[in-house]
Design a protein around this ligand. Structure first.
Ligand SMILES: Nc1ncnc2c1ncn2[C@@H]1O[C@H](COP(=O)(O)OP(=O)(O)O)[C@@H](O)[C@H]1O
Ligand SMILES: [Mg+2]
Length: 265
């Protein structure tokens, strides 16, 4: 299992000939098999951070390392789930999940075994030969997550993966993700703008400031969870009723609102 380290990361873009600092001085670690969520105002550089961990973008200054090695590009140790599911529309559920395994030239028997396992785990049984357009958004997102997990990456990078789902489906997906995290733990960097989702899912929540995105505060949810004796295997609605959960949520909301009002000044 690998960790992810952001060390004084800055990323500047040039836009219309003007230098734009998207993120600046970002340092934090996602420890081995830890689930870290990033929240922050829109445009603060969350996606940029995730892309740098994925090797799809690179820092202007500072470094991003995964498992102790500087990220030089995408690799089989990391897989990414975007808000847009990006499934192959002409491939069935099974073919979509199998895609990466096939590309990695794994033996057929192993591919079948692994795909079958995640079809089961993600509740996709009975839909194996369906095409994406025949599935609901929630089911499509299960396929996208299965496709990432099946590759057995050390690191899972998720950019608002549930952003386009309706509230009910979103809750189901959150519970599925927790279940999955228990059966096969991964190092997860998860971006969301939903504060409750972050507090429910994450061991720690990184709150970013508005652009140029910096680290505002890092909140140790796992510690509170342990101290206050609630756990993520309880139902979402029960967890969200816990006083300490409400307290954390409100605290993060305030931090974000401060950023927002700074924006308006
Ligand atoms: N390729 C790019 N070229 C120019 N500007 C970019 C590029 N990617 C992102 N940006 C800018 O960087 C800032 C951060 O973007 P992003 O990481 O997508 O924010 P978030 O995901 O937090 O909403 C935004 O102002 C965005 O417009
Ligand atoms: Mg984004």
């Amino acid at each position: 299992m690998s960790n992810i380290i952001f060390d004084r990361v800055a990323r500047h873009f040039r836009r219309n000939g003007v230098d734009l600092a998207a993120v600046d001085g970002v340092s934090f670690e996602v420890r081995k098999s830890e689930f870290v969520a990033i929240v922050g105002p829109s445009g603060c550089g969350k996606t940029t951070c995730l892309r740098m961990a994925a090797g799809l973008d690179f820092p202007t200054a500072g470094s991003v390392t995964v498992g102790g090695k500087p990220v030089t590009g995408p690799g089989p140790d990391r897989s990414v789930v975007f808000q847009q599911f990006a499934l192959f529309p002409w491939k069935t559920v099974v073919e979509n999940i199998d895609f990466g395994l096939r590309a990695a030239r794994l033996p057929l028997t192993e591919r079948r075994e692994r795909v079958g396992r995640y079809v089961d785990l993600m509740g996709l049984k009975g839909h194996e030969s369906a095409f994406p357009h025949q599935l609901s958004g929630g089911m499509q997102q299960r396929v996208a997550i299965a496709r990432s997990y099946v590759l057995d990456p050390d690191v899972l990078l998720m950019d608002e993966p549930f952003g386009s789902l309706d509230a009910q489906t979103r809750v189901v997906m959150q519970e599925e993700l927790i279940k999955l995290a228990r059966v096969s733990p991964r190092t997860v960097l998860f971006i969301t703008h939903a504060v409750e989702e972050a507090v429910y899912l994450a061991d720690r929540v990184v709150v970013m400031t508005r652009r140029p995105g910096r680290i505002g505060e890092i909140i140790d949810v796992a510690k509170v969870r342990m101290d206050e004796h609630w756990d993520r295997h309880e139902r979402v609605e029960d967890v969200m009723d816990e006083a300490s959960f409400v307290h954390l949520r409100t605290h993060i909301w305030r931090l974000l609102r401060e950023q927002q009002s700074r924006n308006e000044q």
